[in-house]
Design a protein. Structure first.
Length: 108
């Protein structure tokens, strides 16, 4: 499940992870997550947005919010996020993408 916000300037809302993150230390990722048991997609989107964007995010979850130009993502984007943004720019809105393993901020 993935939630992207596109304001009038076309940038995408992303988050920069804490150095202690187990799957994306210090990397920028799109806002997203998974469905909880019995949860509908709309409910998961609201929950993930709340959890990850700082609107009412849990303290310490991420280092900050980053508005990213999807056509020119920063070098420290997680490889999964780069693939999502590439597909978004190409108009591929429903694509299955597999996230690579990350060890200490480097692709495994």
């Amino acid at each position: 499940m993935l939630l992207l916000q596109r304001p009038s300037d076309g940038r995408i809302l992303t988050v920069r992870h804490q150095p202690s993150s187990s799957h994306a230390p210090n990397l920028i990722t799109v806002v997203g997550g998974h469905l909880e048991a019995g949860e509908f997609a709309q409910e998961a989107a609201r929950r993930e947005l709340l959890e990850e964007t700082g609107v009412t995010a849990a303290p310490g979850t991420h280092r900050g919010l980053v508005w990213v130009d999807p056509g020119h993502p920063p070098a420290d984007c997680h490889p999964y996020t780069r693939a999502v943004l590439d597909n978004f720019v190409a108009g591929n809105l429903y694509v299955e993408i597999t996230a690579p393993g990350i060890k200490g901020g480097e692709v495994a």
